[in-house]
Ligand binder design. Structure first.
Ligand code: C2E
Ligand code: CA
Ligand code: CA
Ligand code: CA
Length: 278
């Protein structure tokens, strides 16, 4: 009887997602989705604030579900992480992004593509070896691909992360710390990591135009990063005031809805033809 109660309780445990059934359903079908190419990459341009041109994009995955439509990554990345599917998912994303890089290159467009990788992808050298082999297979130039890794992935095991990220850097990948400012990495850790780029989390950028505290945080982050020899991307730019302010402060790259939302590759091609950022 007690066992039965426990079962019922587990289903209604508030720490369990309210959409538990939905989640269960997604978990089972995610594996299939990866295998059957139901995933799709959108690309969000990054504006170089010095030249006011687009030289970088970030690949952001979506799930084109046959019945549910386009599912955003926040709904299934955590499922992939919890169900041991992050390796398969990141490999799919990496293959698709590299294919897109090569396709653009064939059209005469050499644009850096950033790929989001998860903490689980830098626990050992499985994924690093995979992406290095892919780079060699396609003879990609150094710095063609940026790998964005979140601060918490580094904090989880700083020594291992440092080793793996240095290994990837030595093989010509640009390493970027994503969502900077939301985690707890220390100055010392960052210095040791030898990453090349910081991405300031959008929570500090969205209200830059009006929030003086955010201005102080972003200004000191830029100073810190530049003193350590890192370039800086500000994400989540939603108005021109923030864009101009960041440009004046010497921020290298800007990304956000004000410039463009993430777009499918073909739509981005059209956007690139019509944007003033040439
Ligand atoms: P992220 O890496 O921090 O990506 C930026 C997110 O902010 C994207 O959401 C993007 O659409 C959104 N964004 C960009 N500009 C603006 C803006 O001006 N305002 C606002 N409010 N939002 C903006 P998206 O595409 O839904 O991705 C959410 C998160 O899912 C990503 O956050 C990343 O952590 C994760 N993710 C996406 N694709 C992948 C992937 O291929 N692999 C992994 N491991 N994670 C991914
Ligand atoms: Ca990112
Ligand atoms: Ca981010
Ligand atoms: Ca984020």
């Amino acid at each position: 009887h007690a066992k039965k109660n426990k079962k019922v309780y587990q289903v209604y445990d508030p720490q369990f997602d309210i959409n538990a059934l939905e989640r269960l359903f997604l978990t089972n079908s995610l594996k299939q989705a990866i295998e059957e190419n139901e995933l799709v990459l959108f690309y969000q341009p990054k504006l170089c604030l010095k030249t006011m041109t687009i030289s970088h994009v970030e690949a952001l995955v979506r799930w084109q579900h046959p019945e549910k439509g386009l599912i955003p990554p926040d709904s299934f990345i955590s499922i992939a992480e919890k169900t041991g599917q992050m390796d398969a998912l990141t490999r799919w994303v990496t293959k698709a992004a590299v294919a897109q890089y090569v396709s653009w290159l064939e059209q005469g467009i050499d644009i850096n593509i950033a790929i989001n990788i998860s903490a689980q992808n830098i626990l050992d050298k499985d994924y690093p070896n995979f992406v290095i082999a892919l780079k060699e297979q396609h003879q990609l130039r150094d710095n063609a691909i940026t790998l964005e890794v979140t601060e918490d992935a580094v904090v989880a095991d700083p020594e291992k992360a440092t080793e793996i990220l240095c290994f990837l850097y030595a093989h010509g990948f640009k390493i970027s710390i994503d969502d900077y400012g939301t985690g707890y990495s220390s100055l010392a850790q960052l210095k040791q990591l030898q990453v090349q780029e910081l991405k300031i989390d959008r929570s500090f950028v969205q209200h830059l135009a009006t929030n003086e505290n955010d201005q102080i945080i972003v200004r000191s982050t830029l100073e810190l990063a530049h003193n350590l020899g890192l370039s800086v991307v500000a994400e989540g730019i939603e108005d021109d005031t923030a864009l101009q302010w960041l440009k004046a402060q010497g921020c290298e790259l800007a990304q956000g809805y004000f410039i463009s939302k993430p777009l499918p590759a073909e739509t981005l091609d059209l956007w690139m033809k019509n944007t003033p950022y040439h």
